[in-house]
Design a protein around this ligand. Structure first.
Ligand SMILES: *Cc1c(COP(=O)(O)O)cnc(C)c1O
Length: 461
């Protein structure tokens, strides 16, 4: 979103608010070694600004590539205000105010998910949040493995390696969702303690059928962890409406054991904000540890001491403040953050339809969320790969006010065939194109995107 003209005023408010608080403690002399030479700072800051130009324009609707966009202005103001204090949400004495805000936002996320009771906290990222969930999964089912779909985030396989548990990849179906027959076959072996379901895969945005997988997992005594790092907030528009998403898989998350949601993806936050939530607060026992330099005062029912229920230690209190402030303005409701998600969803649906009618590009599959995958219509997979690569690079090389930015996604010849694409498999795998339409402005730019991408694809031959 463009920088609002009022942002400077709000940033001034942030500085004034914290300066006023500091003044209450009386004057003191800052040490000269930290004094700022304004001219020198201005000069190096100009250099910083120059270097930051070397970025893709994540803010612009014609950036339709990876999962990237700037934070909401309220998140910027909230982050900066708290950062001037620099609280550490590891411990209550490190960030008393922001720890309370963290509990409030985590409770709001738990409410959105539908957990009656919960234990949870923010994390630095979805990766760490998933690590915590798998760590608890291992402690809850010692000696048993973890199953995830072949389309799940690669972090699950790697984290299994890290925590020393066996990880099994379960086949995905032709929609990129976990194949439940393959899952049941694996569950029958009795070796699986936890199943990871993904509501919004990173590549395709495919939503695993949580509603039908959950009873299966329960029957075999397996825990269910939901990786909703990307898709979690789509719960707000999971209402089976024309510009919403399927309700059943998201509603079923309420009965799963744990869930990970990244506010720094669809929650309008700057990086450094993931979240993990457990339905059973008693899992806190797995985190028990002693520390001589932090004091843990709270009872767990009240939400727990954040340092006592997380694997990370120092963590930005400003991230909690940023999310807290954002949610005061854009609450976790259908009309709040849901209203930001609906145009993204509409963009994905209408673009998939437009692509189906294009004679140059074809949709790879129907989007479950707001991620669209598509490919140049070519005879051979090697051509699809080459043209996709050309569209990626030539699109970025156009003059800035015309450039289009997309991403690529590697698929196998079998995955293409499973989706009905008749492409000669002269190579095993190749790149297709992928656009994460996570900005509400995406909807307005689709005709331009499509015309330009078609032209680029044609020009590749
Ligand atoms: C992004 C993502 C992750 C990793 O989260 P980070 O915040 O990038 O560490 C894990 N799982 C899914 C489904 C994701 O989309």
């Amino acid at each position: 979103m463009p920088l609002p003209p009022s942002l400077v005023e709000h940033l001034q408010d942030a500085v004034d608010a914290i300066a006023g608080w500091m003044a209450e403690y009386g004057p003191y002399d800052p040490h000269p070694v930290t004094a700022v030479d304004a001219a020198a700072l201005r000069a190096v800051h100009a250099e910083l600004a120059r270097r930051l130009r070397h970025n893709y324009p994540f803010f612009h609707p014609r950036y339709a590539g990876q999962m990237l966009k700037p934070p909401h202005p309220a998140a910027v103001v909230g982050y900066l205000t708290a950062m001037l204090v620099n609280p550490n949400n590891h411990a209550l004495d490190g960030g008393p105010a922001t720890a309370v805000m963290e509990r409030e936002v985590v409770a709001a996320v738990a409410g959105m998910v539908g957990f009656d009771r919960h234990l949870g906290h923010l994390t630095s990222s979805g990766t760490i949040a998933n690590l915590e969930a798998l760590f608890v999964a291992r402690e809850a089912h010692p000696g048993k493995g973890v199953a995830y779909s072949t389309d799940a985030h690669y972090t699950h396989g790697r984290m299994c390696q890290l925590i020393g548990v066996r990880g099994d990849a379960v086949a995905a179906d032709a929609a990129g969702r976990m194949d439940l027959d393959a899952l049941e076959q694996l569950l029958r072996t009795g070796s699986v303690g936890t199943v990871v379901l993904t509501t919004g895969t990173t590549g395709l945005g495919a939503v695993d059928p949580v509603d039908s997988a959950l009873p299966l997992c329960v029957r075999y005594g397996a825990r269910v962890h939901v990786d909703a790092a990307y898709g979690g907030f789509f719960r707000l528009i999971a209402d089976d409406t024309a510009d919403g998403v399927a309700a059943a898989p998201f509603e079923a998350v309420a009965a799963c054991d744990s869930v990970v949601i990244d506010p720094h993806k669809h929650g309008l936050q700057p990086y450094g904000c993931g979240a993990v939530l457990f339905r059973d607060p008693d899992v806190a026992r797995h985190y028990l540890h002693e520390s001589p330099y932090t004091y843990y005062t709270d009872d767990l029912e009240a939400g727990g001491h954040l340092g006592e229920i997380s694997l990370e230690c120092s963590r930005s209190g400003a991230a909690a403040a940023a999310l807290w402030l954002t949610l005061q303005l854009v609450p976790l409701t259908s009309d709040g953050l849901g209203a930001v998600l609906r145009p993204c969803r509409r963009a994905a649906l209408s673009w998939a339809t437009a692509l189906a009618n294009s004679d140059e590009l074809a949709p790879y599959q129907r989007p479950d969320l707001d991620i669209v995958t598509y490919l140049p219509r070519r005879e051979r997979l090697s051509q699809v790969d080459r043209v996709s690569g050309h569209v990626l690079n030539a699109g970025m090389a156009l003059p800035p006010d015309e450039a289009v930015f997309v991403a690529t996604y590697e698929v196998t010849a079998q995955a293409l065939a499973a989706r009905g694409h008749r492409v000669v498999a002269d190579v095993d795998r190749g790149r297709i194109l992928r656009s994460v339409l996570m900005k509400p402005e995406s909807e307005t730019v689709l005709p331009v995107l499509q015309t330009r991408l078609e032209a680029l694809s044609r020009s590749a031959g």
